[in-house]
Ligand binder design. Structure first.
Ligand code: ADP
Ligand code: MG
Length: 288
C-alpha cells in the first residue's frame, strides 16, 4: 500500500477541521505547515499551535458572549486602571480581590468614594476577571434593579425575578445613593439582598457613606437590616481621592463641590454583632 502524499494528508486534515468547525485552525494550517517544513516547528509543536489557535478563538468568543449576558458592555480592565492617580487605594488589595476568592466565599465588596474615583471601573474590571475565569456575573445599577423588581411585582413575577438576580455567582450593583429610590424600592432591594445573603457574592458601589443609608432608603429600619446583611462578610474599599473625570479641569470646579464631606458613622447594628471589616469611623465620603 502506497503512503498518501503530504498534500493528500493535508487535504484530509482540512476536511476534518471543516467538519469540526475549526475555522481558526484551518486558517493557521498552511502557515504552520510552512514553518514545520522550514524546521521551525516540530510535529508536536505544529499540532499544539493548531489547537491553540482554535482554543483562543473559542475562549474569546465565550468571554464575549458571557460579557453580553452579564451586561458588562463597558470594558474596563485592571491593567487600564492608573493606581498612581488614586494613592489612597491599596493596589495589592485590589489585585488580591482579582484572585476572586471573595466570590468563593460569597462576600460583599463595597467600593465607596466620590464620583469619578474609579468605583465603577474597578467593579467592571473585577466582573471581567470573573467572566474570564468562567464565573457567572450580572451587572446592574440599583435604579435599574429596583425598577425591574417593581415591574415584576406588579406583574406577579417577583419571586421569579428575585430568583433571576440570585442565580449568578457575582452580582454587581452600581450607583447606590445616586438617585432617590422609588417608593417600595427599599423593601424590594431588601428582599433581593436577603435572598442572596450568604448564597452569592456582591460588589456594590456608592458615593454615600453607610450613615446615609437611612436617607437613601427612606427608612432607618430597612437601612439597618440591609447593612446588617451587607456588612457581614464584607470588604470595604474606600477611595478618598479626586475625580479622574475632572483631572484636567479640577481647578474649574468649586472646592465645596469637589470635596463635600458627608456624615459617615459606623453601622452600629452590623458592626457590633458581626465579623467582617466595617469601615473606619472617621471616613469622609464626598457628595456628588
Ligand atoms: P465612579 O464610578 O467612581 O464615579 P468611574 O469608575 O466611572 O468613577 O470613573 C470615571 C471614568 O474615569 C471612567 O471612564 C474610568 O474608566 C476612568 N477612571 C477613573 N479612575 C481611573 C484611574 N485611576 N485610572 C484610569 N481610569 C480611571
Ligand atoms: Mg460609577
Amino acid at each position: 500500500m502506497s503512503t498518501p502524499s503530504p498534500s493528500a494528508v493535508l487535504d484530509r486534515i482540512r476536511a476534518h477541521l471543516v467538519a469540526l468547525k475549526m475555522p481558526c485552525a484551518i486558517e493557521a494550517l498552511d502557515g504552520l505547515v510552512r514553518r514545520f517544513e522550514q524546521g521551525q516547528l516540530s510535529p508536536f509543536e505544529l499540532i499544539e499551535a493548531l489547537l491553540a489557535e482554535e482554543r483562543i478563538l473559542r475562549e474569546n468568543r465565550r468571554v464575549k458572549m458571557a460579557l453580553l449576558t452579564a451586561r458588562l458592555t463597558t470594558l474596563k480592565t485592571l491593567e487600564g486602571f492608573d493606581f498612581s492617580f488614586q494613592p489612597s487605594l491599596d493596589r495589592n488589595r485590589i489585585l488580591s480581590l482579582a484572585q476572586l476568592q471573595f466570590i468563593e466565599r460569597r462576600e460583599v465588596v463595597h467600593f465607596l468614594g466620590p464620583p469619578g474615583t474609579g468605583k465603577s471601573h474597578l467593579a467592571l474590571a473585577l466582573g471581567l476577571e470573573a467572566v474570564k475565569r468562567g464565573k457567572s456575573v450580572y451587572f446592574t445599577t440599583l435604579a435599574e434593579l429596583v425598577t425591574s423588581l417593581a415591574k415584576a411585582e406588579r406583574e406577579g413575577q417577583l419571586r421569579e425575578r428575585i430568583r433571576f438576580y440570585t442565580r449568578n455567582a457575582l452580582l454587581i450593583i452600581d450607583e447606590i445613593g445616586y438617585l432617590p429610590l422609588q417608593s417600595g424600592g427599599a423593601n424590594l432591594f431588601f428582599q433581593l439582598v436577603n435572598a442572596r445573603y450568604e448564597r452569592g457574592a456582591l460588589i456594590l458601589t456608592s458615593n454615600r457613606g453607610f450613615g446615609e443609608w437611612a436617607e437613601i432608603f427612606g427608612d432607618q429600619v430597612v437601612a439597618s437590616a440591609l447593612l446588617d446583611r451587607l456588612l457581614h462578610h464584607a470588604i470595604v474599599i474606600a477611595i478618598e481621592g479626586n475625580s479622574y473625570r475632572l483631572r484636567e479641569h479640577a481647578q474649574l470646579v468649586p472646592e465645596q463641590v469637589r470635596a463635600m464631606p458627608l456624615r459617615m458613622p459606623s453601622p452600629e447594628p452590623a458592626a457590633k454583632r458581626r465579623r467582617g471589616r466595617p469601615p473606619k469611623e472617621n471616613l469622609a465620603i464626598h457628595a456628588g
